[in-house]
Design a protein. Structure first.
Length: 244
């Protein structure tokens, strides 16, 4: 089965929007890990006066993590799936969040423009047709010295961690998702992890996009060796362009 892309993937997320948070709730540490990655942006002062972009916000779990860690920030949250965005918009937000429906590749057409002080991308890059183009656009949207945090299921490369991922997906996630009528989406999500970058490869990809101070940070719990945060910074104006 080929991976879902673009409109087909957005439609699959639309269909799964109603039950998505139910499956997320069965994932121990899911929300805590998002908050951990949001803190790894390293932004002080509760984000007061800062503009933060949440790419691929889904039903708003990543947005909620940003709002908890950076309560003073102005958050723009983007997703290609209308169904997921409707769920996100219905949440109770302590301060307004600007939600935008658009593929990441078409943000300018949707009126999303920089500069942003930080970009948070959770579970996004492996679901895009051209992750390098997405990183290039992210670079352009960031202010000089703006921060990037990529929160992603990116395997360590060790066989044991791949085995855990396969066991969790095959033994729990896929059977439940199939009963809910969303088997094709979750088969895609399983395969998108095993066919995408390892954590080290993802960090090198971020570096090739021109970012500096790229670091791979592990996430604890059952996610160890399976999920990572890749943090980086856009250089000051004019720096880092040779690597792009």
């Amino acid at each position: 089965m080929p991976l879902l892309r673009d409109a087909d993937l957005a439609a699959a997320f639309d269909h799964a929007a109603g039950s998505y948070d139910l499956l997320v709730a069965a994932n121990p540490g899911y929300h805590a890990q998002l908050r951990r990655s949001a803190r790894r942006l390293g932004l002080g002062g509760g984000g007061a006066g800062l503009r933060v972009l949440d790419l691929g916000c889904g039903t708003g779990a990543s947005t909620a993590a940003l709002a908890a860690v950076l309560p003073g920030a102005d958050i723009t949250a983007v997703d290609a799936s209308a169904g997921m965005l409707r769920r996100a918009a219905r949440r109770s937000w302590p301060r307004p969040v600007h939600f935008v429906q658009a593929p990441v590749e078409r943000l300018a057409e949707a009126g999303v423009g920089g500069p942003f002080d930080a970009v948070f991308a959770a579970y996004l890059l492996r679901n895009t047709a051209d992750p390098d183009a997405v990183l290039a656009r992210t670079y352009q949207l960031l202010a000089p010295h703006g921060r990037l945090a990529v929160h992603e299921y990116a395997l360590s490369g060790r066989a044991a961690h791949r085995a855990v991922w396969d066991a969790v997906c095959g033994g729990l996630v896929l059977p439940v998702a199939t009963l809910l009528g969303d088997g094709p989406l979750y088969r895609h999500l399983w395969r998108s992890v095993v066919t995408f970058d390892t954590a080290g490869q993802l960090a090198r990809r971020v570096g090739r996009a021109g970012f500096e101070r790229v670091r791979v940070l592990p996430l604890p719990g059952w996610h160890t060796g399976i999920a990572h945060t890749v943090v980086a910074r856009r250089p000051s104006s004019g720096a880092g362009e040779a690597g792009r």
